[in-house]
Design a protein around this ligand. Sequence first.
Ligand code: DGP
Length: 114
Amino acid sequence: MSEKTIFKKIIDGEIPAEVVHEDEHCLAFHDVAPQAPVHVLVIPKKEIRSWAHLTDEDGPLYGHMCLVIQRLAAELGLDGGYRVVVNCGADAAQSVDHFHFHLLGGRKFDWPPG
Ligand code: DGP
């Protein structure tokens, strides 16, 4: 069996995280290395390696996570806008092999991203 990712360890309560939302399907917590005043990660409890590993059956879970992000952005006061990012694979600098959204806000962002 492959080793647990750091995010699976957070889901299982083996390492701490600053949790801002939890339900039966997903967990949201502050990123340990924030790239903006607000930087929250939203992860499925189901172990999905990356965006490239999503399947048809994950559609409702994906939609649910999108709405959790929408609610969190409002709760966290990101009234001026925010950015939602998914890094998929090595070229996009995905560093944790457990699918996750980054919710970033509280400052202005450039486009195109680096
Ligand atoms: P990515 O590069 O897209 O795979 O993003 C992974 C993010 O996970 C990165 O922004 C840093 C964050 N991260 C890594 N380890 C931990 C941890 O142990 N706790 C928390 N809260 N965040 C972590």
